[in-house]
Design a protein around this ligand. Structure first.
Ligand SMILES: NC(=O)c1ccc[n+]([C@@H]2O[C@H](COP(=O)([O-])OP(=O)(O)OC[C@H]3O[C@@H](n4cnc5c(N)ncnc54)[C@H](O)[C@@H]3O)[C@@H](O)[C@H]2O)c1
Length: 359
């Protein structure tokens, strides 16, 4: 019997060749996992986090998250296809994602890096080991893209962005994919150079939009139909008075918005409130715990995607989307990239072993 086990190894450049920087594809994969979340066809243990102090040290010292999950889909194959959301996943995987805040300034390296493992559902042997940094950034953008698609007012024209680095880039691609009517992005980053690099890059990558650097977070918020905050802020700075009526704010980072600002919003939407509570850091969780908002004000986006719960009741409603980031979104997007790579012969096949000496 042949007992050799092989897996596909995908470095980041392979992921790009396999469509990993294609936001339209990432949006489909991420909507698939929101849909299957809404149907309950997933397994999502709480993510263990290694940190070297309290929750606030994640933004200073760093952290390592490890995110295992299973995502199904077989029972919803026809509905997935009808919605154009790719096919079932029916397997499990894990993302290991360390974050070291000093990396960009000290080493010129990204803050976060990730490895993703996808297993063969029959044997649970590894099918694929891949760079997860790109997948992670794309699915985080795409989660907001799905929120924009389902929660923003139709015809949104102006985007405000605070934080113009890795996540700022994927948020902007995803916002445009979720709301093609967007024309303008106002961007603020505490690093002027980062804002300039962002504008130079995004003007090339999204020529249908105009990008303007503004001088404060407040300017990025005021009059914006949709807003993303994706910073490494350690102190809250957002004010509830800044929101335009009807705005959607996607809070990707953890400390930008204080609990009291949530008094100004009509609805809070998360990806999974159980996972948010398990992490215990996001403002939506802190605001429920200290009584600033009622638990009933919080909805899981998957419930809206499957059609169980409508969030926006009026064009005036202000909506706050606060995803913690779920392993099922990484798995869904990684599986899309893996499937493309496999069918196009991209990547390196490596052995786990030729013949295991034990077992
Ligand atoms: N919720 C999720 O699913 C999810 C997933 C991935 C990343 N994140 C979070 O997104 C955030 C951004 O990630 P990244 O990879 O882009 O980080 P990064 O370190 O590459 O960039 C952070 C940017 O924020 C800017 N910044 C810091 N403080 C600021 C402030 N007060 N006002 C304006 N700009 C400020 C910095 O200058 C930098 O350009 C991190 O907090 C990360 O933890 C969340």
């Amino acid at each position: 019997m042949n007992r050799r086990v092989e897996f596909l190894y995908l470095q980041q450049e392979d992921c790009v060749k396999a469509g990993g920087y294609d936001m339209a594809g990432a949006l489909k994969a991420t909507e698939r996992s929101f849909f299957l979340h809404g149907k309950g066809d997933y397994i999502l243990p709480h993510k263990p986090v290694i940190r070297w102090g309290g929750p606030e040290t994640e933004e200073t010292i760093g952290r390592i998250m490890s995110m295992p999950s299973f995502l199904g889909g077989e029972a919803y194959k026809a509905e997935l296809e009808q919605r154009g959301l790719l096919g079932p996943v029916n397997t499990s995987g894990i993302k290991w994602i360390p974050s070291k805040p000093h990396n960009p300034a000290k080493y010129g390296l990204p803050r976060a890096n990730a490895i993703i493992i996808i297993v063969d559902p029959e044997t649970l042997m590894p099918l694929c080991i891949m760079d997860g940094s790109l997948v992670s950034a794309m699915r985080t953008g795409a989660a907001s893209g799905v929120a924009v698609k389902y929660l923003a007012n139709p015809g949104a024209r102006i985007m405000g962005l605070v934080g113009a680095s890795v996540q700022g880039i994927t948020q902007t691609h995803a916002f445009k994919a979720g709301a093609p009517s967007l024309e303008v992005c106002k961007v603020f980053d505490i690093s002027r150079k980062t804002s300039e690099q962002f504008v130079e890059r995004m003007s090339r990558e999204l020529p249908g939009m105009t990008f303007k650097i503004v001088d404060s977070a407040e300017e990025a918020f005021r009059d914006s139909d949709v807003i993303a905050t994706a910073t490494m802020a350690k102190e809250p700075y957002v004010k509830g008075e800044w929101y335009k009526k009807g705005a959607l704010h996607c809070e990707i980072s953890f400390w930008d918005t204080p609990e009291e600002a949530l008094k100004f919003v009509d609805h809070v939407v998360v990806d999974d409130f159980d996972a948010v509570s398990g992490h215990g850091v996001d403002v939506s969780y802190r605001a429920v715990m200290d009584g600033t908002i009622a638990r009933e004000k919080v909805t899981d986006l998957g419930q809206t995607v499957v059609g169980n719960r409508r969030v926006r009741q009026s064009p005036e409603d202000i909506i706050f989307f606060n995803p913690i980031g779920l392993g099922i979104h990484d798995l869904s997007e990684a599986f899309r990239v893996y499937t493309n790579a496999k069918s196009q012969g991209i990547g390196l096949t490596l052995p786990l072993w030729d013949n295991p000496i034990l077992g």
